[in-house]
Design a protein around this ligand. Structure first.
Ligand SMILES: [Zn+2]
Length: 328
């Protein structure tokens, strides 16, 4: 979709370099659709919203009463329908500039929404490629899956978010295809493993004090395994070991992340799914800078490391897990 939305932040403050800029999410983030003058000159652009003499047509649809005809015409053009066909919609503005590879050594990716499209891309491609050859599933004893959820950034509590029954329902339907055993789902869950992949905050050269001294995820150093004793991340010693073991075998770099004791810790869908489904989980993510800004930044190398790590994990987890002996 090529909808042209523009988000403007009004900055006219002489003290900004000393006092900083605090975004007011109500008044500073209003999307700009068109100027009133231009809209007046181009009434025919919104032909379906106006009558010949320029008055707004009487519409019974609620969308027509609530939204400007130019916006509705833009959306109708993109969707290939008439504006009056639109009954309602959800709309998000976003940066439409393509991602760029840059840096003196071409080592960085600048892109919108790296968090969490980067992990989504790497995991999906790894899954597809791990099953590409005719023999790739010959010795597989498990089911390889990728699950990509909506609404992680707003808490995952929605009908299709990680907090919904959708994961358990999917597992239930898949296991029911393998036989009549009424306990098959529970058995499958005990044998399963979840890699909760969400981007991680890399060490920033201007803010080195924001990271715990011995756990500073660095770009170009592979996926960071996230640990938190308060279970903001669902990693434990066993899941961390299994995930690292695959990396070690394939010479893929991997690192550990623990937040400073005096700082708040983010979270992921890892603990939500671990507690809701009862599945072993490791929380991991590729390091990046400028998370949640309109233009985020990560390292080219880490995309490759993430893909390689995920692919090897898909291919070898079942065999590795079968060999695991945990003495508690
Ligand atoms: Zn995020």
């Amino acid at each position: 979709m090529t909808f042209l939305g523009l988000v403007i932040i009004v900055v006219d403050d002489r003290n900004i370099s000393t006092d900083g800029f605090k975004v007011n999410t109500q008044s500073h983030l209003a999307p700009l659709l068109a100027t009133a003058i231009k809209a007046e000159l181009n009434k025919e652009t919104a032909k379906n919203g106006y009558t010949e003499d320029g008055n707004t047509k009487e519409r019974k649809d609620s969308a027509y009463k609530k939204h400007h005809p130019i916006l509705l015409q833009l959306l109708a053009d993109e969707a290939g329908c008439e504006p009056e066909d639109i009954h309602d919609f959800e709309l998000q503005t976003c940066d439409t500039q393509p991602s760029t590879i840059a840096g003196a050594m071409k080592e960085f990716i600048f892109s919108g929404r790296l968090d969490n499209l980067c992990m989504s891309f790497c995991s999906l491609k790894a899954l597809i490629d791990s099953t590409a050859s005719e023999t790739s599933l010959e010795d597989e004893t498990g089911v390889r899956m990728v699950a990509l959820y909506d609404h992680e950034e707003v808490g995952s509590n929605s009908a299709q978010g990680a907090g919904s029954p959708v994961t358990l329902d999917a597992l239930s339907r898949i296991t029911s295809a393998f036989g009549e055993d009424s306990k098959l789902l529970q058995k499958a869950i005990q044998k399963s493993f979840l890699v909760s992949a969400d981007m991680a905050h890399a060490l920033h050269p201007n803010y080195t004090d924001r990271h715990e001294e011995n756990h500073q995820p660095k770009m170009h150093c592979g996926l960071a395994i996230k640990h938190n004793a308060n279970q903001r991340y669902a990693t434990n010693a066993v899941t961390s070991f299994l995930f690292k073991e695959i990396a070690t075998k394939h010479d893929i770099p991997v690192q550990d992340f623990v937040v400073r004791n005096d700082m708040g810790c983010g979270s992921t869908i890892g603990p939500i799914l671990a507690s809701g489904v009862g599945i072993r989980t490791v929380d991991i993510g590729a390091p990046q800078l400028s998370m949640h800004s309109i233009r985020e930044m990560c390292a080219v190398d880490d995309v490759k490391y993430s893909y390689d790590h995920f692919k090897a994990f898909y291919e070898e987890f079942s065999h590795l897990d079968a060999k695991l002996i945990v003495d508690i």
